[in-house]
Design a protein around this ligand. Structure first.
Ligand code: ATP
Length: 313
């Protein structure tokens, strides 16, 4: 659905996108992640045909963004970061205007507008003035606008930025529903958003694509070893010495707790080494009250990927 090949974009004082290539398949929901200034918005604007690139090529549904801009725009629904709505217009009026501009046939316009309003939960606010709506509702109007010409592909740039937690949840639910019928590329720096919505993650950092995989695979690639948390009733120096004496296990943090308990964070070659630790506790006669594998969050993974490149997100 999207094929980006060796694309570069330079601003006068900054190389914003540096020779990136990636693909998005039809039906996929891909999260486009990156720290501030990484190049997400610039890439999305180029994809939507709003920004020229310096070199490389972008195809959307087989059409070249530069040569067949009209065909590409027909197939893309683009929700920019700050949605340029007309605040003095009423919702219905605005959607009619946008549908006309996007070439929706006049005979189909009324039904299409009703459909996207229904999809975006706007049915009751058609007569309201956009500038008087809450930010969450304005965002829905932006989404309805991006859908009105029935595009195959949705490009959503930080769709929940500035919304309150309830609105964020509603917009996420809406995006999930849209994902049933559309291919979606969604930029965000909110990691929970990616976890909640996306099937695959593209990470961009300093204008370069540094990772592209499912969340699970990214975790697996980055965290080949495991961290095990263990709490035992044992004397600190002795217990650490005994754990470290086992091959493939290394105590990286320890904390003596009240009542003689000791908490250890142990790096292990594999999570299965919890069995070795259990056997050690039995042999040593330690009372054991916790033995668990630490979960890696997407945040850990993201920080590690960007830190590996010498950048703090
Ligand atoms: N119109 C512009 N002129 C000059 N430099 C720009 C322009 N737009 C963006 N930049 C710079 O290009 C780089 C990439 O910006 P971009 O907005 O694409 O990043 P982003 O990943 O979307 O960031 P954010 O998460 O903060 O929105 C940044 O260093 C930014 O300052």
């Amino acid at each position: 659905m999207i094929k980006v090949s060796e694309v570069t974009k330079k601003y006068p004082a900054r190389l914003a996108v540096d020779n990136i290539s990636f693909e998005v398949n039809r039906g996929e929901i891909v999260g486009f992640l990156g720290p501030n200034g990484a190049g997400k918005t610039t890439t999305m604007r180029m994809l939507a045909g709003y920004f020229p690139m310096n070199s490389g090529s972008i195809e959307v549904a087989g059409f070249d963004v530069r040569k067949d801009a009209r065909e590409v725009r027909k197939r893309i629904g683009y929700l920019p970061e700050s949605c340029p709505l007309y605040p003095e217009m009423r919702v219905d009026e605005y959607l009619r205007f946008r549908a006309e501009l996007k070439g929706v046939k006049s005979s189909a316009r009324k039904a299409k507008i009703a459909e996207v309003k229904e999809q975006c939960g706007l049915t009751d606010v058609g007569k309201r003035i956009i500038g008087q709506l809450s930010k969450g509702y304005r965002q829905r109007v932006g989404l309805a606008d991006s859908l009105v010409h029935d595009p195959d592909l949705l490009i959503l740039d930080e769709p929940t930025v500035g919304l309150d937690p309830i609105q964020i949840r509603q917009v996420r639910e809406l995006i999930k529903q849209l994902a049933e019928r559309h291919t979606i590329l969604l930029s965000t720096h909110i990691l929970q958003e990616v976890e909640a919505i996306c099937e695959r993650i593209l990470i961009i950092n300093e204008g370069k694509i540094v990772a592209s995989d499912t969340e699970e695979n990214l975790h697996r690639k980055l965290h080949a070893c495991a961290v095990i948390e263990m709490e035992v009733a044992a004397e600190k120096a002795h217990a650490i010495g005994r754990v470290n004496a086992l091959p493939g296990l290394d105590v990286r943090n320890s904390n003596a707790l009240p009542d003689g308990w000791l908490r250890m964070e142990i790096e292990a070659d594999s999570p299965e080494m919890r069995v070795d630790l259990f056997n050690l506790a039995v042999t040593e006669g330690w009372v054991l009250r916790e033995l668990s594998e630490q979960e890696h969050s997407l945040e850990d993974t993201f920080v590690q990927i960007t830190r590996n490149l010498g950048v703090t997100p």
